[in-house]
Design a protein around this ligand. Structure first.
Ligand code: HXC
Length: 511
């Protein structure tokens, strides 16, 4: 072969690899409203930044006539590129090749990406669209999955790991995304389940469609498996880019600052009237969050799941933070099993990746009931307590209204290591609400008029922030309109915080 022919041979191989499972299957993929793996990677990364690795890898299977059925790349596109100018590793399962199923070779490519990302300290984004284990390969495929799971775990807390589910993701295959930090799904296009509708029908006789069982709506509102949902693939991939803009590349870096023209000393008069005078009237905590952050730009995580707690990313004076907030307009902002677990996982993510925690508190307590007790609210509530306590990032807490009972302690109180604790004059910090307290103190000894008076007296005496402030549990009582500047001041004061917990193999969070 002369030189020219050699170069042409390479180009031909590259072109062949780029065609994946062939034009017909590509058209089928498009017809079903999906992009190809390669198109997805190009949509995710900054233009012209993708470098592919292992483009010519093939499977090594000799069963079922597979030795004559090889596709260059073997159904997985992998490599690296940039998102907003920063290095990111990426892999995308190519459904046009054996349904994106996972072969041994295919797993080796993913593991290579994972190990490179870990070594270079950059995030991994996985774009999932697969029929699961490559059936022709049997246990070799299972071994490949296990290698990926192992690397997911070793990367956890070191580099951000993000999964976008853009097609089927079933069986044990769901566990790699589940081990990553965030799962994105696409409405009506992506499905996740451990066992599908047919198996469920056989085993439990339940009738369920795959959309009901494992669609984006289910996982973003019922199971809490998914963190973000896009209307289509393009929007979903843009959301992945947005999430990355809030995150450091690894656990040794700080998150990137995004300069803003939103003034740090902005005073917001409208905040004076957000918390209602009547302590039993709900209000939307989003209003406070949106008002105080930079440019009203809030990336909410799991917005449709356990809505009694709000978690998400925002910036103050350009610096990314994690926000945790009770939501009084949903179940009065009570802490229950799902909201505790949702917030605990978020707090641990922020702590692992050096994102300060800003916590807004309006919580009447833990949700009473047999459902909650039988479901283990004790151990699940403890997760949030554990997460806030072990977090060593700067912790700023603002009590807007209620902070009652154990929930006061849990919600990033001074006692579990918050650095700056602020309260509005409307704050009520006490062991329990006035009605409950009077019922217990006076049992049935009061008539109706006396009871109303006793509740009123209790409210005036205890349902305020002044007792806590007199004890130093609250550093300052502030007018709501100054919230933004106080938070920015607190973040500035804590920016060089040095705190580490005692060395240990690992703690024993109540899982
Ligand atoms: C090999 C597969 C495959 C697989 C699909 N294909 N899944 N090849 N191994 N797991 C191939 C098909 O043969 C077909 O090839 C092409 O991909 C497209 O598949 P279709 O069935 O035509 O597509 P569609 O109708 O869209 O259905 C998609 C699907 C279905 C729902 C994913 O293909 C399916 O049910 N596949 C099997 C899923 C499964 O049981 N996987 C194993 C689960 S066990 P041609 O040549 O016709 O285009 C598992 C364990 C993991 O995953 C454990 C990890 C610990």
């Amino acid at each position: 072969m002369d030189l020219k022919a050699k170069y042409e041979h390479l180009e031909a191989l590259n072109a062949q690899a780029e065609l994946g499972g062939g034009l017909e299957r590509i058209e089928k993929q498009h017809a079903s409203g999906k992009k190809t793996a390669r198109e997805r990677i190009l949509a995710l990364l900054d233009p012209g930044t993708f470098t592919e690795i292992d483009k010519l890898m093939t499977h090594r299977n000799y069963e079922f006539g597979m030795e004559t059925n090889k596709v260059l790349g073997d159904g997985l596109i992998s490599g690296y590129g940039k998102v907003n100018g920063r290095l990111v590793y990426v892999f995308a399962q190519d459904f046009t090749v054996f349904g994106g199923s996972l072969s041994r070779a295919n797993a080796d490519k993913i593991v290579k990406i994972q190990q490179l990302a870990l070594k270079m300290g950059a995030p991994v984004v996985g774009l999932n669209d697969s029929g699961g284990a490559r059936i022709q390969e049997g246990v070799e495929s299972l071994a490949g999955y296990a290698d990926i799971f192992y690397n997911n775990v070793m990367s956890s807390g070191v580099i951000p790991q993000i999964s976008a589910i853009l097609g089927p993701c079933a069986g044990g295959a769901v566990y790699s995304p589940a081990l990553t930090d965030f799962i994105f799904m696409v409405n009506e296009r992506s499905h996740m389940f451990v066992t599908g509708p047919e198996v469920i029908k056989t085993v439990t006789h339940e009738d369920v469609t795959k959309e009901e069982l494992g669609g984006a709506h289910t996982h973003s509102s019922k199971s809490g498996v998914a963190h973000f949902t896009g209307n289509d693939e393009d929007q979903t991939l843009m959301m992945v880019r947005e999430l990355l803009s809030f995150l450091p590349s690894n656990n040794l870096e700080d998150a990137p600052i995004k300069p803003t023209i939103d003034p740090s000393d902005r005073v917001d008069e409208k905040l004076q009237n957000v918390v209602p005078a009547d302590p039993n009237r709900p209000y939307d905590m989003h209003e406070i969050i949106q008002t105080v952050i930079d440019n009203q730009h809030f990336l909410e995580v799991q917005p449709h799941y356990a809505q009694n707690i709000i978690v998400g990313f925002a910036r103050f004076a350009g610096k990314p933070v994690g926000i945790v907030a009770n939501q009084p307009s949903h179940l009065a902002g009570v802490l229950d099993i799902n909201s505790s677990v949702k917030a605990a996982r978020f707090v641990r993510f922020c702590d692992a990746f050096n994102l300060p925690l800003v916590t807004f508190v309006d919580v009447p307590g833990f949700l009473p009931g047999t459902n909650q007790e039988f479901g283990g609210i004790i151990k699940h509530g403890a997760k949030l307590l554990y997460a806030f306590s072990e977090a060593t990032v700067p912790k700023i807490t603002i009590i807007t209204r209620k902070a009652y009972g154990g929930a006061y302690d849990v919600m990033s109180s001074k006692h579990i290591g918050a650095d700056v604790n602020l309260a509005y004059p409307t704050a009520e910090i006490a062991v329990m609400g006035p009605e409950g307290a009077i019922n217990i103190i006076h049992r049935n000894k009061l008539n109706d008029t006396e009871r109303v008076q006793a509740v009123q007296d209790y409210r005036e005496k205890f349902a305020n922030p002044y007792k806590a402030a007199s004890l130093g549990y609250i550093d300052e009582i502030i007018q709501p309109k100054y919230t933004r500047m106080r938070i920015i001041g607190a973040l500035d004061m804590t920016q060089n915080k040095r705190k580490s917990n005692l060395p240990r193999k690992h703690g024993n969070i109540p899982l």
